[in-house]
Ligand binder design. Structure first.
Ligand code: PHE
Length: 438
């Protein structure tokens, strides 16, 4: 269970709780959710197993892993891309992580459970993210905590904490879901969320759904290679993959069942964007029995879930400098942590000072998120699938998966998907985006 919870600690985070609901809202609901689930099954699942396998086989960081399996070839580039992706993702992830810390404090001081009407909660959030000082302070705090944990290199404690945290998060979400579903008008929200209206799908929304599958499962950048590299041979990789994927998807789906019924019942807009969860949940806490306690618990859990993901992001970047460049852990963590924080500053200001400084209609925050989640991760994942499927080879990978007498029950599915479906699916989505048919 330890490993499954640790990998889930990386997978479950802001991606499930913050990002999933808002992009579902922006991309029309049910049909998008369906495309997302298909991406999880045909792209996410096989690539996660591939990453675990590469990691355990080599016991190395992503750059070292590809180097060892195919020395002197350009495949090592997948590892470098991963380091870059981890770097970019953490830069804006730290900003949103900071928002969650701020909301823990605001919950404690009763600011999140007594709005007079639902739209007040949205205004409250809008004022908060536009305030430079406060946003910067919590961004720095979040990065500081992440750095402090990664410097010690002790993930043991954190991973143990995940054993308790993750199930508690599920319980909280179920409680909130019951609350949301019993609000007047909740059914409209359920319909939006679950009933697929395919007319709302575009090439762009399919790309976003695929990017989200990678982002939410922490794939395409070597985080799962890194986790796999810590694994003993007797761990069963195939069932670990299934559990992590199921768990991560369950949390995202539950979150949708909380947000959309509430959005529609309260007359809010599903297309609100990155502020959606922060604007809607406080409106749900208001007037809910024990709303204050729930608000504190919820944002505390979310902040911790965000931290366990941020740790895995920083670890990929840092492991590269330690293993490949021979830097000490302390120097690597402090330097890279600081650089990432600085690169994140314009993302933090994208909702205030820099809100109007846009390029192609998108803020700095949007660009960094878009480049890393929608392009770097799927590209890294596609190349990983091609590498494992064709270059290193499914035969070798299969041997590694079965190294310790476990039988790989869905080997046929995996081999087929990793060789043919996953790379082709990613390629088609990219092509459809660049050469739109309409
Ligand atoms: N999967 C994490 C989340 O959903 C984010 C993440 C992406 C972490 C890539 C590591 C690598 O919040």
């Amino acid at each position: 269970m330890g490993f499954i919870m640790a990998a889930s600690g990386s997978a479950v985070g802001l991606g499930n709780v913050w990002k999933f609901p808002y992009i579902v809202g922006e991309n029309g609901g049910g049909a998008f959710v369906l495309v997302y689930l298909i991406c999880i099954a045909v792209v996410g699942l096989p690539i996660m197993l591939s990453e675990f396998t590469v990691g355990r086989k080599t016991s190395l960081n992503p750059v070292g892993a590809f180097q060892q399996l195919q020395p002197g070839t350009p495949w090592v580039g997948i590892g470098f891309m991963g380091v870059l992706a981890g770097f970019l993702i953490l830069s804006f992830y730290g900003v949103v992580g900071g928002w969650t810390l701020a909301y823990v404090v605001k919950a404690l001081t009763h600011s999140l459970d007594q709005f007079t009407n639902p739209s007040e909660a949205g205004k409250f959030f809008g004022t908060f993210i536009a305030s430079t000082g406060e946003v910067m302070f919590y961004h720095a705090l979040f990065m500081g905590i992440t750095i402090a944990i990664v410097i010690r290199g002790v993930h043991g404690g954190i991973e143990k904490a995940c054993d308790i945290l993750m199930p508690t998060l599920v319980v909280m979400l179920v409680i909130l879901m019951i609350r949301a579903l019993t609000l007047d008008g909740a059914m409209e929200g359920l319909k939006f969320y679950l009933y697929p209206d395919f007319s709302k799908l575009t090439g762009q929304s399919i790309l976003v759904a695929m990017g989200q599958a990678f982002f939410s499962l922490s794939l395409g950048m070597g985080a799962m290679i890194t986790y796999g590299s810590y694994l003993p041979a007797r761990e069963n990789l195939t069932s670990a993959t299934l559990y992590v994927v199921l768990f991560d998807t369950l949390i995202a789906l539950l979150m949708g069942l909380v947000i959309f019924p509430a959005v529609f019942a309260m007359g809010l807009e599903p297309t609100e964007g990155p502020g959606l969860v922060f604007s809607v949940l406080p409106a749900v806490f208001t007037g809910m029995p024990f709303g204050w306690v729930v608000s504190i618990l919820f944002f505390t859990l979310l902040a911790i879930a965000a931290l366990t993901s941020a740790i895995s992001l920083l670890e990929v970047v840092v492991a590269y400098f330690i293993d490949q460049k021979g830097w000490g852990r302390k120097k690597s963590v402090l330097t890279m942590g600081l650089v990432i924080f600085v690169i994140g500053i314009p993302s933090g200001l994208s909702f205030g000072l820099l809100a109007d400084s846009q390029l192609f209609g998108m803020t700095f925050f949007n660009h960094v998120d878009n480049i890393s989640s929608n392009y770097l991760l799927p590209l890294g994942g596609m190349l990983t699938a091609i590498f494992v499927g064709w270059v290193w080879g499914t035969k070798e990978a299969h041997k590694e998966i079965e190294r310790h007498e476990t039988t790989f029950h869905w080997a046929g599915y995996w081999e087929f998907v990793v060789r043919y479906i996953a790379p082709v699916a990613v390629a088609i989505v990219f092509l459809a985006k660049f050469f739109p048919t309409d």
